[in-house]
Write a protein that binds this ligand. Structure first.
Ligand SMILES: [Zn+2]
Length: 244
């Protein structure tokens, strides 16, 4: 039964099909944030069925390491995000014992930073930060650092994270694509952000700093970086971690 026809003919024709249709409308307006339309259809629903509309039962499975769900298993994107967050917390608590490292001296000078990046054909620039960021990347050729880094030391972790963004750009922003899915979202190895580009960059850093942790908890992410990071980069990062 079509909605227009239903609205003309009224409640006596109410049936499961109509209920489904009205429910879909209400859900759609909730998602789009059209409160007036949502309330309008809630009213029709109540008049028709003599009860308030109850939302579709949320599908947020209890996270388990035995069965991992993907984006396609969820009707609502928000449920998928909630699930991803919970799964991350479970994985982190399970594998955090492996997030240990023996590398020392986590900061290098500005000159060392410039030299190290130039070895990878990346320019180090100084600029005014966007918001609170310490460094940022807009293409695959340069990293811009806030001006104070010229005098202060640069954290190796920050530097590796920014190289993650460079790799992402070199792979045509793969973090945002991969068949319309949000790459690395459901297998996020970091709680840094829910932005796939940041998850990508931070997971890239985890690959080098906490490899055992990444390999145990996020096999697909580890395998992805193992395959995609050029050999030259792997060698350079290992040298960076030893640098004093
Ligand atoms: Zn970043």
């Amino acid at each position: 039964m079509r909605l227009q026809q239903y609205l003309k003919e009224g409640p006596e024709d109410a049936d499961p099909e109509t209920e489904q249709m009205l429910s879909d409308f209400i859900e759609m307006f909730i998602e789009d944030g059209f409160k007036k339309k949502e309330d309008h259809y809630r009213k029709i629903y109540k008049e028709t069925f003599g009860r308030e509309y109850q939302p579709v039962k949320e599908f947020i499975p209890k996270p388990s390491l035995d069965k991992v769900y993907s984006k396609d298993d969820f009707k609502r994107y928000q449920d998928y995000i909630s699930y991803s967050e919970k799964l991350y917390i479970l994985k982190f608590s399970t594998y955090k014992g492996l997030a240990t490292t023996s590398y020392s001296n986590p900061e290098i000078t500005w000159n060392q930073t410039v030299d190290w990046l130039s070895g990878l054909e990346v320019a180090a620039k100084l600029g005014n930060p966007r918001g609170t960021e310490g460094a940022w990347v807009t293409n695959d050729k340069e990293v811009t650092f806030k001006k104070s880094y010229e005098k202060n030391k640069v954290s190796k972790e920050l530097l590796i994270h920014e190289m993650g963004h460079i790799l992402d750009h070199k792979l045509n922003d793969i973090s945002l694509r991969s068949n319309g899915d949000l790459f690395l979202h459901n297998m996020k190895a970091t709680n840094y952000d829910m932005n796939p580009a940041e998850i990508f960059a931070d997971s890239f850093m985890t690959y080098f700093i906490y490899p055992k942790y990444l390999k145990a908890g996020w096999k697909e992410v580890y395998a992805f970086f193992e395959k995609k990071i050029p050999g030259k980069w792997k060698k350079a990062v290992k040298e960076l971690l030893k640098m004093k």
